[in-house]
Design a protein around this ligand. Structure first.
Ligand SMILES: [Cu+2]
Length: 160
């Protein structure tokens, strides 16, 4: 695709030298760490499908998997132990990506802002700073690959 500029805007605009900071949770305020281990293994019942799990748990509608205090800053680690990639998605808040070890081994430039999804490739461990400060309630953490999510890669997070 080629864009041809034929006419310039009459509105005078200058690009700022510095962009605003993204804000969000400060990892120095964190009072708790949680670890979420992502695994994908052959389903022994069907033998043709995969069982995608977080912390070895298949999603269950009536179960609360984590209780997180409202407005508490925490460090969460998304630890992918297998050879599938997972776009890990969290509802109701945004998080800040702090580090990635293993795999690509760095935080990508496009991960500098506040995120609600972070891609965790095989063997990567991604640490994020999280704080729920908008609403208390029951929210989901899940892989955004819906095949993985539907096979169980989802947890209930109660913010209270
Ligand atoms: Cu996934």
């Amino acid at each position: 695709m080629q864009l041809v500029v034929k006419r310039k805007s009459r509105i005078k605009q200058t690009i700022p030298n510095k962009l605003v900071k993204a804000g969000g949770p400060n990892p120095n305020d964190a009072v708790k760490e949680r670890s979420f281990v992502f695994t994908s293994d052959r389903d022994e019942q069907t033998r043709t499908m995969m069982s995608h799990r977080i912390n070895n748990t298949a999603y269950s509608m009536g179960e609360i998997n984590e209780r997180v205090p409202f407005k508490q800053t925490e460090i969460w680690t998304f630890d992918n132990k297998r050879n599938f990639s997972h776009p890990v998605h969290l509802h109701a808040t945004h998080f800040r990506v702090l580090s990635r070890t293993g795999g690509r081994n760095k935080v990508m430039p496009w991960e500098a802002g506040l995120k609600d999804t972070v891609l965790v490739h095989p063997q990567e461990k991604v640490r994020v700073a999280v704080r729920f400060d908008a609403y208390p309630g029951l929210f989901l953490l899940h892989c955004h690959n819906l095949e993985h999510e539907d096979s169980g890669m989802m947890l209930n997070i109660l913010v209270e």
